[in-house]
Design a binder for this molecule. Structure first.
Ligand SMILES: Nc1ncnc2c1ncn2[C@@H]1O[C@H](COP(=O)(O)OP(=O)(O)OP(=O)(O)O)[C@@H](O)[C@H]1O
Ligand SMILES: [Mg+2]
Length: 222
């Protein structure tokens, strides 16, 4: 699903966010990306979403070589990805349901399918009772779950969750990790960035990567 070879990402200000990394992600993988603040975790996910492009090296995401000069191909690629952003990017003044529906705006699905997907996703994350609450009135953990519902309602084959356990207590953080793990199947991979290495259960399946100043090293190959 993802093939990266010697990939570097350098920002115009000279900061090298990612340094010559190699990575392969296969369907069914659960990958935890760990590492300190500023080590390049979000930058890594941005490359996979086609928000940033490699400065050098070769990167293929879901069969699409990056960079791709063609915006329609990137748009098509993004339809297959379920992003959960570090800062959620939910729309205040709208309900949880609206936010999930808006996440499916450009997928070209029939209206009934969109509504069914949204309903199922909110049910799956345990927020059916809060479907019509305004997102700004939800707790942090509930907002995190709306963001996850919005991502999974799209039925993505690649779920990219940036720091989904941030600002949650241990119990809720573990629930979020279990929830994200539940979306893995033989067609779908999940990549999660997290500071919370102590929450990664050694018994559970999953591969662990550590980032440090843009360098990537494997901790566990699962
Ligand atoms: N758009 C940008 N322009 C310039 N530098 C950037 C940009 N985005 C990120 N950086 C820099 O790249 C490095 C990696 O940032 P990144 O956001 O990927 O870290 P992170 O591991 O996600 O950190 P955190 O755990 O705090 O979320 C940092 O030094 C950051 O300041
Ligand atoms: Mg980050």
């Amino acid at each position: 699903m993802i093939e990266a070879k010697n990939v570097c990402l350098r920002f115009p200000n000279g900061i090298r966010a990612l340094n010559e990394f190699d990575l392969q992600v296969n369907p069914g993988d659960m990958i935890y990306v760990t590492g300190p603040s500023g080590s390049g975790k979000t930058s890594l996910l941005k490359l996979f979403m086609g928000i940033e492009y490699p400065t050098s090296g070769s990167l293929t995401v879901l069969g699409e070589p990056m960079p791709s000069g063609q915006t329609d191909r990137i748009r098509r690629l993004r339809r297959l990805i379920g992003p959960v952003f570090q800062e959620f990017k939910l729309i205040d003044g709208r309900t949880a349901m609206d936010n999930v529906l808006l996440g499916m705006r450009f997928l070209g699905l029939p209206r009934e399918q969109i509504q069914e997907n949204a309903h199922q996703a909110l049910l799956k994350v345990g927020l059916e009772q809060k479907a019509f609450a305004l997102v700004e009135n939800l707790s942090w953990g509930e907002r995190q779950r709306v963001a996850i519902a919005r991502a999974v309602a799209r039925k993505p084959v690649l779920i990219l969750a940036d720091e989904p356990t941030g600002n949650l207590d241990k119990n809720n953080a573990l629930k979020i990790l279990d929830l994200l793990t539940s979306f893995i199947n033989d067609k779908t991979a999940v990549i999660i960035t997290t500071h919370a290495t102590h929450l990664i259960d050694a018994e559970k399946p999953g591969k662990v990567i550590r980032m440090d100043q843009g360098n990537l090293t494997w901790e566990r190959r699962g």
